[in-house]
Design a protein around this ligand. Structure first.
Ligand code: HBI
Length: 97
């Protein structure tokens, strides 16, 4: 059973994920991704889906044409956990320039 991050640990951990925004209302982190077109956006979503399935940790996300909005939180922990941090880092690695 993964535990929800304490406030201090969360702040410290999010400093390493500067592209993500903290959503206090959900105790979650979010990031917006913009791609050239739908095909690029969906290819990205496919890669994230495979990573998520392998991690058994899944995003809440939406896609509008070339835009993908991702929210990460851990339902089992009732908020942000290390699983979200790990998935966010893996997703960032997909789009690193
Ligand atoms: N994904 N974001 C998120 N949060 C969870 O608690 C979670 C998940 N994917 C699968 C999963 N839990 C399983 O371990 C079962 O708890 C459903």
């Amino acid at each position: 059973m993964v535990a929800r991050l304490t406030d201090g640990l969360r702040e410290e951990s999010l400093a390493a994920l500067p592209a993500w925004s903290y959503e206090p209302g959900r105790d979650a982190i979010t990031r917006r991704f913009l791609f050239t077109d739908f095909t690029e956006a969906f290819a990205f979503m496919t890669r994230v889906a495979l990573i998520a399935e392998k991690a058994d940790h899944h995003p809440e996300w939406s896609n509008v044409w070339n835009r993908v909005d991702i929210l990460l939180t851990t339902h089992d922990a009732g908020g942000l956990s290390t699983r979200d941090l790990q998935l966010a880092a893996a997703i960032d690695a997909l789009v690193k320039a």
